[in-house]
Design a protein around this ligand. Structure first.
Ligand SMILES: [Zn+2]
Length: 281
């Protein structure tokens, strides 16, 4: 790509594959005085453009949903065909981190290399896994599966920021886990950030109250600030588990209603704004 060539404008989709009922107090450190229902959704994301397809996180299986008492809506990998994507031919999968709801189904991508921060693999195999608080979000067999893939030469272990393609860059944003990464992608409406679990809900960021499961509280709030800096506006931030995403954005076609929303199109209404955002970039 020549320096003066315009950046590709990627299409970006969120696939909602599971949900669970929960209370507000479960989602912020220190609880919440207005305890009320606050369900959590589960997503995989898809980035396509310039002749390439990137899957961002691979969700979990029906068996895992049963094991962890989540309500499974559909397999995110099976849903890819609705976007014309054959998982067997996908060459790049980004794993934002190795928690069970982001890395299950990895074996359904036999042609892919997996992009992960090396720090995340160290964390998921390191000394803190003896403590249930840190280990609970990981599944041993899945961590072992990624280790096996690495021995097979199929894991790109990144150390820091990396550009996967023009207009598509991964940034470490640790806090929730020690090696979590986020995705910044160029779209027709500007720079979008797939924030994954650097924020589970918009509200974590807008109130500066981290999610209850985390590695480092200070880094979690630092990650909020980083996401704000990298996104073109508050409307360009996509949290990892917020049901609001399905309400703010539209399905790319009527048959995908409730299954998938298109994130490179403007939201139907403004996203919750952050008081920290510097506008005009
Ligand atoms: Zn998650």
């Amino acid at each position: 790509m020549q320096p003066d060539e315009p950046l590709p404008e990627y299409q970006v989709y969120a696939l909602r594959y599971a949900t669970r009922a929960a209370r507000r107090s479960e989602h912020v450190v220190g609880g919440d005085p207005h305890d009320a229902d606050m369900p959590m959704d589960y997503f995989s994301w898809v980035v396509t453009g310039a002749g390439r397809t990137f899957i961002v996180d691979t969700g979990f299986t029906a068996a895992m949903a049963a094991q962890r008492a989540r309500r499974y809506l559909r397999c995110p990998v099976d849903s890819l065909s609705m976007l014309g994507i054959d998982p067997r031919s996908v060459e790049d999968v980004v794993l934002t981190h190795l928690h069970y709801d982001h890395v299950g189904n990895f074996e359904r991508f036999p042609s892919a290399r997996f992009h992960l921060q090396e720090r995340e693999l160290q964390f998921a195999t390191g000394r803190y896994m003896r403590y249930p608080f840190f280990a609970h979000g990981f599944e041993l067999e899945e961590v072992l599966g990624i280790v096996r893939l690495n021995f097979a030469g199929r894991v790109e272990l990144h150390e820091g920021q990396v550009q996967l393609a023009p207009g598509l860059t991964l940034y470490p944003a640790p806090g929730h886990t020690a090696g979590l990464q986020i995705v910044r992608v160029h779209t027709r409406r500007g720079w979008l950030v797939l924030a994954s679990d650097s924020m589970h809900f918009f509200e974590n960021m807008t109130t500066d109250r981290p999610f209850t499961i985390g590695w480092h509280l200070g880094q979690m709030v630092d990650a909020f600030r980083m996401v704000e800096q990298l996104a073109a506006s508050p409307d360009h931030i996509i949290p990892g588990h917020d049901p609001l995403v399905m309400q703010l954005y539209r399905a790319p076609s009527s048959e995908l209603d409730g299954v998938c929303v298109q994130l490179d199109a403007d939201p139907a209404r403004p996203a919750p704004a952050s008081r920290h955002i510097r506008r005009g970039r």
